[in-house]
Design a protein around this ligand. Structure first.
Ligand code: PMP
Length: 381
């Protein structure tokens, strides 16, 4: 690693393992080469383990946003009602994407820092028939963790036909998700967060039930690239270790994801959940001891893979973030439009927490203390 490299401690992209980086440096390889086919085929199988599902994974060149398009254009038909549990910026954006395909979106908004309440979800589901409900598992703009298990239970009780869609871009690999056991139909994610690979891949898990809904749709899929009719045969072929082609897969990104997924499964997913909880508790304790306030209003619904923190009185982004960078730490500014200049975000996902011996989190928290002191902050240390 270059000595000038600053630790990328934002809520994605995250730091990569050396073996993941190495996988990106493979020579030009055909997308139907005998060494590439099993890398994609095995990644599809590994993803089922990571998501605890027997459903259909998709790994497609793109980013998390493509997962929204895939959900909206394949599962929703123009005029369908969709309920968006909106805990920040990414709920607004997912809603916009759904509307692009003609969905009638109802936002169930919560105040900044809160997570959607089960009773409010139940009441909304009683008001009309929704084709799908979307939940941002961790809204990266607020660091709020939503109770996807509880919400899926409410859906099952109130409106069992409604598809449960989870935006897990900032949660897969860092927060507990059990797709089949919890009754989740779609998980959308991307390669660059807790899955520990570079940006470039849209990664999804789709339940058999949702694939059935897709196959029974009445209108054609209003999208070319994102159409599952084109991608299902490709995913099936690679899983059967057979070459196939619709659009060129991102060969090196998939090599890298394959290495990372193997590491995740080898370490054990339960252990991974526990390590993210531990790292988060450590970060949140330091933040609390420094006298700083989190954006989430309670630790009960604060994400384990990131922390969103208000600046103390008198300190601004322009003061703190460059000081952190001078200490070798890249943190992120605010994203939620209503409070953007008032808070910053730190990511604690992937190798930075699953290999604590690397010292990434300690270095970040120490840099935070030092930088605040340099800003003139007198808070408790
Ligand atoms: N949803 C959430 C919760 C996200 O954090 C992000 C990215 N930060 C996205 C969706 C969009 O993903 P991408 O930037 O990979 O397109």
């Amino acid at each position: 690693m270059s000595p000038s490299h600053k630790l990328c401690m934002i809520p994605g992209p995250i730091e990569f393992h050396e073996d993941v980086l190495q996988a990106m440096a493979t020579p030009a390889t055909s997308h139907v080469a005998p060494n590439f086919i099993p890398a994609l085929g095995e990644s599809i199988e590994l993803l089922r383990k990571v998501l605890f599902t027997s459903g259909q994974p998709f790994i497609i060149a793109g980013s998390g946003t493509l997962g929204w398009d895939m959900t909206a254009c394949n599962l929703v038909e123009a005029g369908d009602d969709v309920l968006v549990c909106n805990s920040g910026y990414f709920g607004d954006r997912f809603g916009e994407c759904l509307e692009t395909y003609g969905a009638k979106v109802t936002h169930l908004r919560v105040p900044i820092g809160e997570s959607p309440q089960l009773a409010a979800v139940a009441a909304a589901l009683k008001s009309k028939k929704f084709k799908a409900i979307t939940i941002t598992h961790v809204d990266t703009s607020t660091g709020v963790l939503s109770d996807i298990k509880g919400i899926a239970e409410v859906v099952k009780a109130e409106s069992p036909e409604t598809l449960v869609v989870v935006d897990g871009v900032c949660s897969v690999g860092s927060e507990e998700i059990r797709m089949d056991a919890w009754g989740i139909d779609v998980v959308v994610t991307a390669s660059q967060k807790a899955l520990g690979a570079p940006p470039g891949l849209c990664v999804m898990g789709v339940s058999e039930r949702a694939i059935g809904v897709f196959k029974n749709r009445k209108t054609p899929v209003p999208n070319y690239y994102a159409n599952w009719n084109r991608w299902l045969p490709i995913m099936n072929a690679y899983e059967a270790r057979k070459p196939s082609y619709f659009a060129t897969p991102a060969v090196q990104n998939i090599f890298a994801l394959n290495v990372s997924l193997k590491q995740i499964v080898a370490q054990g997913i339960e252990k991974r959940f526990a390590l993210h909880k531990e790292a988060s508790a450590k970060a949140k304790k330091v933040i609390h001891d420094l006298g700083l306030k989190l954006v989430p209003t309670s630790l009960d619904h604060a994400a384990n893979g990131m922390s969103a923190v208000y600046y103390p009185e008198g300190i601004a982004a322009t003061d703190l973030l460059p000081k952190l960078a001078a200490h070798g730490i890249v943190a992120a500014g605010g994203l939620h439009v209503e409070i953007a200049p008032k808070y910053f975000r730190i990511g604690h996902m992937g190798i930075s927490v699953t290999e604590p011996e690397r010292g990434h989190l300690d270095a970040t928290l120490n840099a935070l203390k030092a930088s605040l002191a340099e800003c003139g902050y007198k808070g408790a240390l």
